[in-house]
Design a protein. Structure first.
Length: 202
């Protein structure tokens, strides 16, 4: 009787160890499966980007003109009237020497563009940058006012057509520009919707 109980106990012990081992293997498999789901696509995408750095610029059609290389900025380069910043938002910025009739129309256009983005409008802000600090005649409390305080940045922006509208990413990089005089709102919306769809920030 004692030997039978001993054998039974050993059998149960072996069975439990076997079950624990199988359970641990299952947990490990599930862990690696989940890890591959999240990490593998990122790793492949990163590798593809570095091996083919010009792929996206060659195969993506933008209405706006790409700025190459992008113009990077620091917080001190642009002074806002309040505590606003580029960080965390996509920005449509109109830049000019002063706010004339063309400026008035450009400000109205970027307001329309932001409104037509619908659900994603909270991800976009609007900025007016003028050299003389002039403002539109129509008051717009949601329009951010700023001026360039860095001479090098001012010189870079001066190389672009007068009255340009710039698209700035959520970390302050000038990425695209548009000619405000003949801007097509429909095509700008396509650019923005494509960027917002794939952007992980802003």
């Amino acid at each position: 009787m004692g030997s039978e109980m001993c054998i039974r106990d050993r059998f149960i012990s072996v069975s439990l160890r076997s079950f624990d081992s199988r359970e641990q293997m299952t947990v490990k498999k599930d862990f690696w499966a989940l890890l591959s789901i999240f990490i593998l696509p990122i790793a492949i995408g990163t590798l593809f980007f570095y091996l083919n750095p010009t792929y996206f610029s060659q195969n993506t059609v933008n209405y706006g003109e790409l700025i190459r290389p992008v113009i990077t900025t620091e917080k001190a380069d642009i002074e806002f009237e309040d505590d606003a910043t580029f960080n965390g938002f996509w920005t449509l910025a109109y830049a000019s020497k002063n706010c004339d009739s063309i400026c008035e129309q450009a400000v109205a256009d970027i307001k329309t563009i932001r409104t037509l983005i619908n659900m994603d409008m909270r991800r976009i802000q609007r900025v007016l940058i003028t050299e003389d600090g002039s403002l539109p005649m129509v008051s717009d409390e949601n329009l951010l006012i700023a001026k360039v305080t860095n001479e090098k940045l001012a010189a870079k922006l001066a190389e672009f057509p007068e009255n340009s509208i710039f698209l700035i990413d959520p970390i302050g990089n000038f990425m695209l520009y548009y000619n405000s005089k003949d801007i097509n709102i429909k095509f700008v919306l396509k650019d923005l919707k494509r960027l917002l769809k794939y952007s992980r920030i802003g």
